[in-house]
Design a protein around this ligand. Structure first.
Ligand code: XMP
Length: 533
């Protein structure tokens, strides 16, 4: 839980899990409003006892109000005289607990939906008549509690927003915090500033330092964030030694550079070539980090990883094995180096998606968080734990990391291992590595490049018939996955022109002899995730 300065106005966010809970806090931060995340079952007296709480937001979540162990909240919160806004699951929960009716729909509403706004006022103030809003639900509110009135509807949700204006209790079925929702920030602003009257921390000249900066890091400036993290790293690690795993991604690179500024040569950066890395990654790492005078250790562990993965098809087991092999390799380097700390580039969204918060449903086991074995005698230090990806990129620029790192696409910890569907072999790793290189090379030449969050190839565990030259071929298909996203929580597939797709397809089938077919993945997230495993 984040704790914050008690004197500043803030919004309490009740965590019903889901990936969006922390995004609400993030959006409020952008608006200059403090927030604090509480477990969903926080007692009403704790909220009323904290005079800095000016409003309460009930976050979305993955459950159904009728589900077994569906999380609830203390209904007395609705009687405190403090404004409340329920979002998605929160909206349904208000209805369910106060005499309204929620039903499980036969089909859900996922993705962008047209919202018809009934009348002006309240949380939908200044939104106009219609907006495209982002939905992610199956259950729907079909009857309102007493004294509530409907504010907006969509094709599938008759009550897509409601209010009890007298008590200042609101609900919206859509996600105002999702970057795709038009006017989403306005909804949050209407609530936090218009209705709750929360004073912005950014407008308060007394708030320059301390706690607030610690917790609201990027709301200050990247320069201050850098200074704070370096100070924190010095205080945390002191004169002891630390190791950090670098993958070549922006997160671990920024974590490495900042901690190295704090403890110098006492930081040992370990790059493990797992055999599942990007094309010519090891050369790239050497070039960047040797130049930056980082104490760099390269471990060539391809055989160890591919050996451990041999014959394993289940995505979760693959992730676990890769994670375990990583910690084994780290432990042995750390022992040799007498390191006391393991520095990790974990960022906020990694923690959310790994099911770290109380109710967030487990989507995937990210190998680099949440699963460190107890016998690993290293203390974990995560300097970027409260930051989002775009914030980390700002820091990368601030500390003058080269652009090829600062703007580099995300690459998952388990590497190519989760882009080879099913069993991993060295041959398949090479196919998918080369295929991803070609995809990247071609897309880099286009104007689309700057909008692309990730582009890569996925290798399927099947073969299909083709004709190459005059001969029948029986080879692997490759899937192109190219997505655009702002925060990794949601994504759209990139609308690549056919000509570009064709160029990529021709190169893949010409240059990789084991491939004879290329397909394009046109799934958004949700319902798909970006990676295939
Ligand atoms: P998904 O596939 O969940 O991915 O939509 C969202 C983002 O997270 C990356 N990802 C990972 N990163 N360890 C990581 O460090 C992991 O296990 C992992 N799994 C997915 C993914 O590449 C995308 O950018």
């Amino acid at each position: 839980m984040r704790t914050q300065n008690n004197n500043m106005d803030k919004i309490a966010i009740l965590d019903f899990g889901g990936q969006y809970c922390h995004l609400i806090s993030r959006r409020l931060k952008d608006l200059g409003v403090l927030s604090e995340i509480f477990p969903s079952d926080v007692p009403a007296r704790k909220i009323s006892g904290d005079k800095s709480v000016k409003g309460v937001i009930l976050s979305g979540g993955a459950r159904s109000v009728y589900g077994k162990n569906a999380p609830k909240f203390d209904k007395a919160i609705l009687e405190l005289g403090i404004p409340v806004l329920g979002i998605c699951y929160g909206h349904q929960l208000i209805a369910h607990l106060t005499g309204g009716k929620v039903v499980s729909g036969s089909s859900g509403e996922y993705g962008l939906t047209k919202l018809d706004i009934g009348g002006p006022g309240g949380i939908l103030e200044k939104l106009g008549k219609t907006k495209k809003v982002w939905m992610n639900h199956r259950d729907t509110v079909v009857a309102m509690p007493k004294n509530f009135s409907a504010l907006a509807k969509t094709k599938h949700s008759r009550i897509a927003a409601f209010a009890d204006a007298r008590k200042k209790i609101f609900g919206v079925q859509f996600h105002p915090e999702a970057s795709h929702t038009e006017g989403g920030n306005k909804v949050l602003r209407n609530f936090a500033i218009g209705i709750c009257n929360a004073e912005r921390f950014s407008a308060n000249p007394k708030i320059k330092h301390s706690h607030i900066l610690q917790n609201m890091r990027m709301s200050a400036s990247p320069k201050l964030v850098v200074r704070n993290i370096i100070r924190e790293a010095k205080e945390t690690i002191g004169n002891r030694r630390a190791i950090v795993g670098i993958s070549g991604g922006v997160d671990s690179s920024v974590a490495t550079m900042l901690v190295s500024k704090a403890i110098g040569k006492n930081l040992i950066a370990v790059y493990v070539d797992t055999g599942l890395m990007r094309y010519k990654e090891t050369e790239f790492i050497k070039r960047i980090f040797k130049k930056a005078s980082i104490n760099l250790k390269i471990v060539m562990a391809g055989k160890q990883f591919l050996g451990a993965l041999k014959g394993i098809g289940s995505p979760e087991r693959k992730r676990k094995i890769i994670g375990k092999t990583f910690t084994d390799v780290f432990s042995s380097v750390a022992k040799k180096e007498k390191a006391a700390f393991l520095v990790q580039g974990t960022i906020y969204s990694d923690r959310i998606e790994s099911g770290i918060t109380k109710h967030s449903s487990k989507i995937k086991s990210h190998h680099n968080v949440g699963g460190l074995p107890k016998n690993l005698k290293l203390k974990v230090y995560e300097p970027l734990r409260d930051l989002y990806k775009d914030e980390v990129r700002k820091i990368a620029k601030e500390i003058k990391l080269p652009d090829e790192i600062a703007t580099r696409q995300v690459f998952p910890g388990p590497g190519l291992g989760i882009r080879i569907i099913g069993k991993v072999t060295p041959e398949k790793a090479e196919i998918v590595r080369q295929a991803s290189r070609i995809v990247e090379e071609e897309l880099k030449k286009t104007k689309l490049w700057k909008n692309i969050w990730m582009c890569f190839a996925v290798l399927l565990p099947i073969k299909s018939v083709g004709i190459q030259g005059d001969e029948r071929s029986y080879k692997y298909p490759v899937v192109l996955r190219v997505v655009e996203s702002k925060d990794a929580m949601t994504a759209n597939f990139s609308k690549i022109p056919y000509e570009v797709l064709e160029k990529i397809s021709i190169r893949l089938t010409n240059e990789i002899k084991e491939v004879n077919r290329v397909v394009y993945d046109i799934t958004n997230k949700p319902p798909g995730t970006m990676e295939w495993e």
